[in-house]
Design a protein around this ligand. Structure first.
Ligand code: ZN
Ligand code: ZN
Length: 189
């Protein structure tokens, strides 16, 4: 397993709950780390074989950063979701969104004028949220490891030739319709 990382992506965005964040914006740094196999890309030295390419990762982050949200949690989850839709071969992903020089709340600002605060100071450099997910799982039927995204972004949801009755059977028997590609082929019409 290898890591493909794009770090230090800088954006000026309008996330946050304070009016000045929404009006003037704040600076952000986004880091994305993908666990993936690179053997095929390295062997062929071809961008077509790269499971994850930087430019697309940057575009995904840009699209999500351009959409103002109240919470960094929403931004992080949005980036992971878009990454899952775009790249079906990730073994895992970690996304971190850092808000630089986060503004103070009105309450904190009132505190800032007190003698006590002025004596000790104190300012945060960044506030950040990070989330990570792993997608390697074991096929409940044949026990082979495979990749499952566990939600509607999973490759198996693209298999639209699974009869509803078959899906019911799978869910009853294995608790999921996500089997490895080989097993799922046996059930696909
Ligand atoms: Zn299987
Ligand atoms: Zn799946």
């Amino acid at each position: 397993m290898a890591l493909v990382v794009l770090e230090g992506m800088r954006f000026h965005a309008f996330h946050g709950v304070y009016p000045e964040e929404q009006l003037l914006g704040t600076d952000y740094v986004v880091n994305v780390e993908v666990q993936t196999g690179i053997a095929l890309a390295a062997q062929t030295d071809s961008i077509e074989q790269a499971t994850v390419n930087y430019e697309t990762v940057f575009q995904i982050c840009m699209a999500e950063m351009a959409q103002p949200r109240h919470l960094l949690e929403t931004v992080v989850t949005g980036i992971i979701r878009r990454m899952k839709r775009q790249f079906p071969q990730m073994m895992g992903i970690k996304v971190q969104v850092r808000k630089l020089n986060p503004p103070l709340s009105t309450k904190m600002r009132a505190l800032e004028n007190t003698e006590k605060y002025q004596a000790i100071g104190g300012r945060a450099e960044a506030a950040w949220v990070q989330d990570a997910a792993e997608f390697v799982t074991v096929c409940p039927r044949c026990k082979t490891p495979f990749l499952c995204y566990t939600d509607d972004t999973c490759w198996c949801k693209e298999l639209n030739n699974l009869h509803p009755a078959t899906q019911e059977t799978l869910k009853r028997q294995f608790g999921t319709t996500c089997l490895c590609p080989n097993c799922l082929k046996l059930y696909a019409g």
